[in-house]
Design a protein around this ligand. Structure first.
Ligand code: SAH
Ligand code: SF4
Ligand code: F3S
Length: 444
């Protein structure tokens, strides 16, 4: 490839889960620390990092259409790096399929981007999908300015091997970041402006570590420590696995005021046969029992989940069990997907793949039920008083947007600033948001 001059401007585009968003932010900080600046809106960036997702076929294919779109009128392209889970899963294949790509860097190797850019400038093409023993986190620059809500990856990877899922292959084995470095990073995020931190992990509630006195603690121990940071107002965590929902974590929802009453606990399906074929290692009943314990501890908790329709072999009766589970739980909000066969996963070669039109129809019915529950949850909040963390300006003049403790989007008018935690009266509900009246500013 032709040598080029070192890039001065960059753009990082992240797809997929919140952990990819976190990684994208860290890559941007890394590039800024190298002296580059972010390209402004509409400006042609000299370096483009596509931070990709491999979870479903559509997500994975997007990267190739995006690369095509980066081609300039004169036939040239910016320096293109493919990062994230497609990079990990497809590695060299990307180089063959997309000749414009100069760098392919996996989710555990992106701290090496500066060296790879130096090589790419000389005209070389480089692939780095190692999962080195030294974690990228130790090699990244300190956090800079952040908004009122920030992500903090505490745990990565997955050892659960659900039969449909690529994550154990793209993110590797479960690792927990050390307690002390997480506390330090949380402190820096708060100093940089964060008032709410969401702890992230593919199985965040599987996080374990040793506290400052060397005692082993679970995620609840980390949450209790972070709650001691004075300027930090709110703590959230996602995504949890049912098998790692400990009594300690449930108790933290009662005892730690800063821990928000929200739990994202995916179940995927409502039929025991399907759950078994998915290798979920929990049953319908054991999942519902966990939620009973959570609700007994924290009756107002907002529950959330993920669902897959049309897993290989799923019958109409089994699908109906998913619908009845949703009705039994009454979720506040959920994500739902059509099953997508992923190369290399056990489910991809199972019998009985469900026809696309059947999946479409099941997804529509499932989403109709979920929407009904979401609206009901929001309507049941009308009349409540709560705090809202102001995140940004709304579309209308004088309007502000923020989140309730239950992660609902709330809009209201009044004299506030971004980052304020304000008390409101929830007045009107829609499926995706609520309108509120400002009462007074709780904290400056
Ligand atoms: N670790 C988390 C989430 C991982 S991926 C968990 O176990 O809950 C996010 C969601 O994508 C999953 O919960 C699942 O609902 C969905 N998903 C994963 N693989 C999929 C596939 N092959 N087809 C369709 N949806 C999938
Ligand atoms: Fe994927 Fe299952 Fe691991 Fe979640 S628990 S990341 S769905 S393998
Ligand atoms: Fe996608 Fe990788 Fe996240 S596959 S969902 S970006 S862990």
């Amino acid at each position: 490839m032709q040598p080029v001059s070192p890039p001065q401007t960059y753009r990082v585009k992240s797809f997929g889960c919140q952990m990819n968003v976190y990684d994208g932010e860290r890559m941007a900080e890394l590039l800024a620390a190298e002296g580059m600046r972010p390209a402004t809106e509409g400006e042609d960036a000299e370096l483009v990092v596509l931070n990709t997702c491999h979870i479903r076929e559509r997500a994975a294919e997007k990267v190739y259409s995006d690369i095509g779109r980066l081609r300039r009128e004169d036939g040239s392209s910016p320096l293109i790096a493919v990062a994230g889970c497609v990079a990990q899963a497809e590695g060299e294949e990307i180089m063959t399929r997309a000749p414009a790509v100069r760098m392919v860097v996996g989710p555990q190797a992106y701290h090496r981007l500066p060296e790879m850019i130096a090589e790419a400038v000389e005209g070389k093409r480089a692939v780095d999908t190692d999962m080195p023993a030294q974690t990228k986190f130790d090699a990244l620059p300190a956090r800079r300015k952040v908004g009122p809500t920030a992500f903090l990856t505490v745990q990565e990877g997955c050892d659960k091997f659900c039969t449909y899922c690529v994550v154990p292959y793209t993110r590797g084995a479960e690792i927990s970041r050390p307690y002390a470095s997480l506390v330090a990073e949380a402190q820096r995020l708060v100093e940089a402006g964060a008032r709410e931190i969401t702890l992230l992990g593919q199985n965040v509630n599987a996080w374990t570590g040793d506290d400052t006195r060397g005692r082993p603690v679970g995620l609840d121990g980390l949450i209790r420590e972070l709650a001691e940071i004075p300027q930090l107002a709110r703590i959230r965590y996602t995504t949890s696995h049912p098998n790692d929902m400990t009594d300690g974590l449930i108790a933290a929802h009662v005892e730690v005021e800063k821990l928000m009453p929200f739990l994202h606990l995916p179940v995927q399906a409502g039929s025991d046969r399907v759950l078994k074929a998915m290798n979920r290692s929990h049953s319908r009943d054991s999942y519902l029992k966990i939620l009973d314990r959570v609700r007994a501890a924290r009756p107002d908790i907002a529950l959330s989940g993920d669902f897959i329709v049309g897993f290989p072999g799923e019958t109409e009766t089994e699908f109906a069990e998913t619908l009845s589970l949703i009705d039994a739980v009454g979720y506040a909000q959920c994500f739902s997907f059509k099953y997508s066969a992923r190369p290399g996963t056990p489910a991809a070669t199972m019998e009985g793949h469900v026809a696309p039109e059947v999946m479409d129809e099941r997804l529509q019915r499932l989403q109709a039920v979920l929407n009904r529950h979401q609206l009901a949850f929001n309507q049941a909040s009308v009349g409540k008083r709560c705090e809202v963390l102001v995140e940004r300006k709304g579309k209308r003049p004088g309007q502000w947007l923020g989140k309730s403790p239950w992660l609902q989007s709330v809009h209201f008018e009044g004299d506030v600033a971004i980052g304020d935690l304000v008390a409101v009266d929830l007045q009107e509900a829609w499926p995706n948001s609520l309108h509120a009246r400002l009462l007074h500013t709780a904290h400056a």
